[in-house]
Design a protein around this ligand. Structure first.
Ligand code: GLU
Length: 287
């Protein structure tokens, strides 16, 4: 029997959905329905600073209005913090994480002293300051109540992988280079766990077999594959899709005031019309 096709739409409720989100949700939904599989909805609200419950409500309303239905309950990440903590504890127990006490200013100072500032997909690469602290010093600073993030010791993690990792992207095998992320943060000082950790955990937990999402997340997949390997999770297939562009040919974004689905609805457009707009690779002028 063929394995069930399972995909998902996993927005972060940091604003209202726009046509780019609708494009992504519709692609995943159609793929699941055509395959006779499952389409899951997950709200990635792990960042308490940027996420708001009213945006979650809006997302559910917009999807229902568009005619997109999902299978099973919606997974709301903020309701599952112990799951993510358990992952952090496992990685920590294997010596793959370390506490980082640095502030942004500390990192900027250190980078300036080194004289070069290499960047990875998530921005400036961490210069490794806290990796070099002794166990005693770490314990003392934690004891003193100093805030800390948890970083992946990339070198130690890569040593576990024992050779290059790869994933299937639209059926093509792509080799991963997670080292480009450096010692990436897996739990921020103000956030219980990072996007990278929660997304890979949940895709594994929910049995997602094919990840459909926009191509801007393709670089992150290298790191996700490493986390899957470290945690012994299965490797899903990936089908990143091109970003839906605005009338100016640039990617749609909240910052550039892309029209939201709510605004299009209020302007009198029907769900069918908005679905057609979302399917087009680029918006017509005025939309
Ligand atoms: N929550 C992420 C976002 O809204 C997407 C996660 C994913 O599809 O992997 O950008």
């Amino acid at each position: 029997m063929a394995a069930t096709f399972v995909t998902r739409f996993a927005p972060s409720p940091t604003g209202q959905l726009h046509l780019g989100h609708a494009h992504s949700a519709l692609l995943g939904w159609r793929a699941a329905r055509q395959a006779g599989g499952r389409f899951l909805l997950r709200i990635e609200d792990i960042d308490p600073v940027r996420c708001r419950p009213e945006f979650t409500t809006g997302i559910l309303q917009d999807l229902a209005w568009l005619g997109i239905d999902w299978d099973g309950p919606v997974r709301i990440q903020s309701g599952h913090l112990p799951d993510y903590r358990a992952v952090l504890e496992k990685l920590s127990g294997e010596g793959l994480l370390y506490p980082c006490f640095c502030t942004r200013a500390d990192i900027a100072r250190e980078v300036a002293a080194i004289g070069h500032a290499p960047h990875g997909p998530d921005g400036l690469l961490y210069p490794g300051t806290c990796r070099r602290l002794s166990a005693a010093e770490r314990a003392e600073r934690i004891e003193a109540g100093e805030a800390y993030a948890l970083r992946l010791d990339m070198e130690a993690a890569l040593a576990r992988a024992k050779g290059p990792l790869a994933f299937l992207e639209h059926g093509r095998r792509l080799r991963c280079e997670p080292a480009r992320f450096g010692d990436v943060v897996l739990a921020r000082k103000d956030t219980p766990a990072s996007y990278h950790l929660c997304v890979t955990h949940d895709d594994a937990l929910q049995g997602v077999s094919c990840i459909t999402r926009a191509v801007d997340l393709l670089p992150a997949t290298d790191l996700h594959r490493l986390l899957q390997h470290l945690m012994g999770w299965p490797a899903p297939r990936y089908a990143h899709h091109p970003l839906r562009l605005g009338p100016d040919g640039k990617r749609l974004s909240k910052r550039d005031k892309a029209p939201t689905l709510a605004a299009l609805r209020e302007a009198g457009h029907s769900p069918e019309a908005v679905r057609a707009m979302a399917a087009a690779p680029q918006a017509a002028a005025g939309v």
